[in-house]
Design a binder for this molecule. Structure first.
Ligand code: DC
Length: 215
């Protein structure tokens, strides 16, 4: 079993780096943010409030979710829909419920045990989900860089509202009571503000090699 945990705030480049690293290694990748987003999408559709922990956990427990190249929720491809502004607006408080987290963390651990070699990205992967990961990475970038990347992904203009929404979500994810976003003690901290994807990936491959893991 060899697992790489990549944590960091929105727009830090986690998804891009995780995908590029997984490709170089020939390993699978799991985007755990997509799992919280799927629960948020279900909550919107079923009109379940963001404070109703038991009902939200029920949605998480009952859903059939496949997180790969495409995100397939109960048989429907929701890859684009889970990245909408509507989902952005509710995913953070929904992900703060311990019962929701328990359900998704169990699925993430089962997925990792099944795949054995993988890159897993999120907020609490190195600290909670996979504390025995061979490499833990905390990826960060300046807030302006992260907001610009998020606008680029959306193909929208970078404006004050987008920056403020991202900052609000980061603050909520970092200060929540359960499994907040923080740098694990043994994590490799990388600021990607001025680094290209390939540079970050090279650093991670070097760190893996130091730990005796070769592609
Ligand atoms: O990485 P992302 O923006 O797709 O994540 C969406 C939300 O899900 C984010 O606001 C925090 C939450 N999340 C979490 O709490 N734990 C994870 N492991 C991944 C995401």
């Amino acid at each position: 079993m060899a697992l790489v945990a990549i944590d960091g705030p929105g727009g830090s480049g986690k998804s891009t780096v995780a995908a590029a690293l997984a490709k170089r290694l020939g390993w699978e990748r799991l985007d755990t943010g997509a799992m919280y987003r799927a629960v948020a999408l279900l909550a919107l559709r079923h009109q379940v409030g963001v404070f109703d922990g038991p009902a939200l956990a029920g949605l998480a427990r009952a859903m059939e979710l496949d997180v790969g190249e495409r995100i397939v929720l109960d048989g429907e491809d929701v890859t684009t829909e889970i990245r909408s502004e509507a989902v952005d607006a509710v995913v953070s408080p929904i992900s703060a419920h311990p019962a929701v987290r328990a359900e998704l963390v169990a699925r993430q651990r089962a997925w990792a045990a099944e795949h054995q070699t993988a890159v897993v990205e999120g907020r609490d992967i190195g600290s909670v989900v996979l504390p025995d990961a061979v490499l833990k990475v905390y990826l960060d970038a300046h807030p302006e860089v992260r907001a610009a990347r998020r606008a680029g992904q959306r193909e929208t203009a970078l404006d004050a509202a987008l920056s403020a929404a991202l900052a609000r979500r980061d603050a909520a994810d970092s200060t929540r009571e359960h499994a907040p976003l923080h740098v694990a003690a043994d994590a490799l901290l990388i600021d990607s503000s001025e680094l290209g994807v390939e540079e970050v990936v090279e650093r991670l491959l070097a760190a893996l090699e130091e730990r005796g893991v070769r592609p």
